[in-house]
Design a binder for this molecule. Structure first.
Ligand code: ATP
Ligand code: MG
Length: 460
C-alpha cells in the first residue's frame, strides 16, 4: 500500500482554512497549492502555504475587504493576506504567456479552471492542490511520483526547461532535497537545454545551488549530475576522474569532494557554510598536482583553491561575509591538529569559537571522505583536539586580540608610524600572551613592545 492510497487529507493551518473558507463562501474555488502540498504529503514541514483561487484579483479584494491585504503582485494576480502575523500569498488561477528570455513570461492570463493553473507548474510533485472541502486535485500524477521518489516535468520537459531555464536547477535541487531521482526524459531534457542556464541571473543560480548542497541527497546529485554544476562552475571539471595517486585516498578528486559534502554535518555549526567549504575545499588540487616517484602531491592547493573559491563566489554573488568565511576555511583546511592544548588555545584565540568549529567539522568531513582504512584513527585525533577546544571555550580562558591591555595608539606612541608595522607588533604580542610567554599586563606589554620596536630599528 503506497502513500497514494493512504493519504486523503493533509493538515493545513487554521488561517489558510479561513482564507479558503472566505473565498468558497463568496462562490470561488480555493486551494492550498504547490510546494506546501508536496511537503505536507511527504511529511516535511512546509515553509509557507500558498493559496490559489478562481477569484480574479478585484474579486479577491472584495472578498478580503475586511482583512489586512497587501497587493504584492496584483498584476500577476497575487495578494498577500496577513493574519495573526502570518503571511499567505493568494494568487488567481493563471497561465503564463510567451517566454522570451528563458526566464520571464511576457504576460500572464487569468483562467477559471484549476487544471490550467496546475499545468503551468514545473514538476508533477509541485502541481497538486488541496482543500478540506474538495480534497486533492492531482491531474499530472504528482502523488504517484511523490510516492515513487521521482521528479518529472509537467508536460514536455524540453519545452518546459526552454521556457524557464531556472527549472533545470530547481529540478536537481529538489532531487537533492527530497532524495529523489530524475525521470529519464526529464533528465535528458536537462542536458539538451543546459546552455540556457546562461540566461539566468547569478543570484538565482546561487540560491538553488546552496539549497542543493544542503539537501540530504546532495551526494547522489553531485555525482550523477556533475555537468549541471559544471555549467556554472566550470572550474570543477578538471577534478572529474582526477586520480590522486595516493594510498590515503580511495576516490578521485571529484568523488572525494562528493563524499566530503555528504559527510559534512555537525550539530551547532552553520550547515550552509560547512557544505560550501566542503564543496570547494579541493578545487585547487588539479592545477597543483605533481607526481613524484609514483605519489601524487598537491602542494599549496589550499591557497590556490582559496583564490579560486574567492573568484567563483564573487561571480555567483555570494555576500561578503559568506565568501570570506568559506575562503578562510579553504585556506586553513588540512591543518594538522595537535592534541596538546597550545594549538587549540592559539586557534581559538585567533579564529573564534564559531570559525574553529567550522574548521573542525570540515576536517572531519575531509577525513571521512579519504581511504576508509584511516578514517577511524584520524577522526579520533580530531576528536581529541575538539575536546580540548571545548574545555578551553567553557573555561573562559579564551583570549582575543581585543582583550589585550595595549592598543595601536600605545604602539604609535613608541614612535612607530607605519600601519602595517603596528599590526605586526600587536600580532607578536598577542601570540606571546596566548602562548603564556607574556602576561596581559599593560606595563609588561609596553616593555615587550619597546624591545620589538628597537629590534625593528636594528633590522632596518
Ligand atoms: P520551496 O520549498 O523552495 O519553497 P516550492 O516548490 O514551494 O519550494 P516556490 O518557489 O515557493 O517553490 O514556488 C511555489 C510553487 O510555484 C511551486 O511548487 C511550483 O508549483 C510553482 N513554481 C515555482 N517556480 C516555478 C517555475 N520556475 N516554473 C514553474 N512553476 C514554478
Ligand atoms: Mg514555497
Amino acid at each position: 500500500m503506497g502513500m497514494n492510497s493512504r493519504i486523503s487529507k493533509i493538515r493545513i493551518p487554521e488561517n489558510a482554512k479561513k482564507i479558503i473558507g472566505l473565498l468558497e463562501e463568496a462562490g470561488y474555488e480555493a486551494f492550498v497549492v504547490g510546494g506546501c502540498v508536496r511537503d505536507a504529503v511527504f511529511g516535511r514541514t512546509p515553509s509557507d502555504w500558498d493559496i490559489t483561487t478562481q477569484a480574479l484579483p478585484e474579486e479577491m479584494l472584495t472578498v478580503f475587504r475586511d482583512i489586512h491585504v497587501v497587493p504584492t503582485g496584483l498584476k500577476h494576480g497575487t495578494v498577500t493576506v496577513v493574519m495573526d502575523g502570518e503571511n499567505y500569498e493568494v494568487t488567481t488561477y493563471r497561465v503564463d504567456g510567451e517566454y522570451k528570455d528563458s526566464r520571464h513570461p511576457e504576460s500572464v492570463e487569468f483562467v477559471r479552471d484549476i487544471t490550467e493553473d496546475l499545468s503551468r507548474r514545473d514538476f508533477t510533485i509541485n502541481a497538486m492542490a488541496y482543500s478540506d472541502e474538495r480534497g486533492f486535485v492531482d491531474h499530472f500524477g504528482g502523488m504517484e511520483d511523490l510516492e515513487r521518489g521521482v521528479i518529472r516535468c509537467v508536460g514536455d520537459p524540453e519545452k518546459r526547461f526552454s521556457e524557464d531555464a531556472l527549472r533545470i536547477l530547481r529540478c536537481v535541487r529538489f532531487a537533492s532535497q527530497l532524495g529523489f531521482s530524475i525521470e529519464e526524459e526529464t533528465a535528458r531534457a536537462i542536458y539538451d537545454t543546459l546552455p540556457l542556464l546562461g540566461n539566468i541571473a547569478a543570484e538565482r543560480i546561487r540560491v538553488e545551488f546552496e539549497k542543493l548542497l544542503c539537501g540530504a541527497g546532495a551526494g547522489k546529485v553531485l555525482e550523477e549530475h556533475r555537468e549541471v554544476i559544471a555549467s556554472f562552475i566550470p572550474e570543477i571539471r578538471p577534478m572529474f576522474d582526477l586520480d590522486q595517486e595516493n594510498p590515503f585516498h580511495l576516490y578521485d578528486v571529484w568523488m572525494h569532494t562528493v563524499h566530503a559534502v555528504s559527510a559534512a554535518e555537525a550539530p551547532g555549526v552553520d550547515e550552509r557554510l560547512l557544505k560550501l567549504a566542503a564543496f570547494f575545499h579541493d578545487i585547487g588540487k588539479p592545477p597543483c598536482k605533481v607526481v613524484d616517484r609514483g605519489w601524487g602531491h598537491f602542494y599549496h592547493h589550499e591557497h590556490v583553491g582559496a583564490d579560486m573559491t574567492d573568484e567563483i563566489m564573487r561571480r555567483l554573488r555570494f555576500d561578503n561575509e559568506t565568501r570570506k568565511t568559506v575562503v578562510m576555511l579553504i585556506k586553513k583546511h588540512g591543518t594538522v591538529f595537535n592534541p596538546n592544548g597550545k594549538q587549540a588555545r592559539r586557534l581559538l584565540a585567533k579564529m573564534g569559537e564559531d570559525d574553529l568549529a567550522l574548521l573542525i567539522a570540515l576536517e572531519k568531513a575531509d577525513v571521512s571522505a579519504q581511504h576508509p582504512d584511516y578514517v577511524e584513527e584520524r577522526l579520533e585525533n580530531i576528536g581529541v583536539f575538539e575536546e580540548k577546544v571545548r574545555e578551553l571555550a567553557e573555561g573562559e580562558q579564551c583570549f582575543r586580540m581585543g582583550d589585550m591591555k595595549i592598543d595601536g595608539r600605545d604602539i604609535m606612541a613608541l614612535g612607530v608610524e607605519q600601519g602595517r608595522e603596528i599590526g605586526r607588533i600587536k600580532n607578536e604580542l598577542f601570540e606571546r600572551v596566548v602562548e603564556g610567554l607574556l602576561e596581559n599586563d599593560r606595563e609588561a606589554l609596553l616593555a615587550e613592545a619597546k624591545t620589538l620596536v628597537s629590534e625593528m630599528v636594528k633590522e632596518c
